[in-house]
Design a protein around this ligand. Structure first.
Ligand SMILES: NC(=O)c1ccc[n+]([C@@H]2O[C@H](COP(=O)([O-])OP(=O)(O)OC[C@H]3O[C@@H](n4cnc5c(N)ncnc54)[C@H](O)[C@@H]3O)[C@@H](O)[C@H]2O)c1
Length: 247
């Protein structure tokens, strides 16, 4: 894979999977824009990439806000030239089962994962279409396919991202723009370390044939591949990276 001359915007890039994607693409020659609501973490990530010889900058953004999308894309283009890659990765969770889920919690989760994904695509697709090229990778979850007990809003949002990905892929293919998504299984990130009990982790790993979590870099490898020209005939794919959790 070679990202020389590419400009990649990655949301939620301050830590976890997003940071691993930024590092991977930065190492492969892309100028990377690390966007996160937590600016100091994104700045630390950008510094590390630059320290390793790459080109990177950090920008504060809330993926729920259309004006933030506009500002971040404008700044990325001003600094590095036309954007060629978008990775919609920012996320969070509010667990809850279908029966007891509050509408506020449901809508909050949908907004961060699904609405933001739409906003991001609406912002960059005209730019990509005009250039006649571009690749988007949306970070969904294996729960999009199998559902998660006590994860109703999250599973619905992640399934919505798959539908959005496939619709955009159909609409944009003739303009040289590819849109794919990845469906990670349990991945060893700060979110999982902070929020998931050892008991639930053990239960999920028992359902995972490879019996371990992914490292963020293992998810980033697939995201980078789908965004790269090596995947030039891949669009509308929902690629599971789950250690066999769902087959
Ligand atoms: N870790 C897993 O097991 C796992 C599995 C499947 C899918 N995913 C998905 O992968 C993505 C990354 O997950 P992670 O585990 O690395 O999470 P993480 O919590 O470690 O990192 C998420 C990043 O997103 C940022 N963020 C959150 N809300 C934001 C907002 N509104 N605007 C801008 N930035 C925001 C956070 O500040 C953080 O830096 C998420 O979409 C998550 O749903 C994770």
């Amino acid at each position: 894979m070679d990202f020389t001359g590419e400009v990649a915007l990655i949301t939620g890039a301050g830590r976890g999977i997003g940071l691993a994607v930024a590092e991977k693409m930065g190492n492969l020659g892309a100028a990377v824009v690390l966007a996160d609501q937590d600016l100091p973490t994104a700045e630390a990530g950008a510094l590390a990439i630059e320290g390793a010889g790459g080109r990177a900058m950090a920008l504060a953004m809330d993926v729920r806000r259309a004006d933030d999308w506009q500002a971040v894309v404008e700044e990325a283009v001003r600094r590095y030239g036309p954007l060629t890659v978008l990775v919609n990765n920012a996320g969070f969770d509010r667990p809850g089962g279908v029966a007891g889920l509050g509408l506020d919690d449901f809508e909050a989760v949908l907004e961060v994962h699904l609405t933001s994904c739409l906003l991001g695509m609406q912002t960059v697709l005209p730019v990509f279409a005009q250039a006649g090229q571009g690749a988007i990778v949306n970070v969904s979850s294996i729960y999009a396919k199998i559902g998660g007990q006590g994860e109703a809003a999250y599973s619905a949002a992640k399934a919505g991202m798959v539908g959005l990905t496939k619709s955009a892929a159909r609409e944009m293919a003739h303009q040289g723009v590819r849109v794919n998504c990845v469906l990670p299984g349990l991945t060893d990130t700060p979110a999982i370390r902070a929020l998931m009990s050892e008991k639930i982790k053990a239960k999920l790993l028992a359902e995972t044939p490879m019996r371990r979590m992914a490292q963020p870099g293992e998810i980033a490898n697939v995201i980078a591949f789908l965004a790269s020209s090596e995947a030039s005939f891949v669009t509308g794919a929902a690629w599971e990276v789950s250690g066999g959790w769902n087959m």
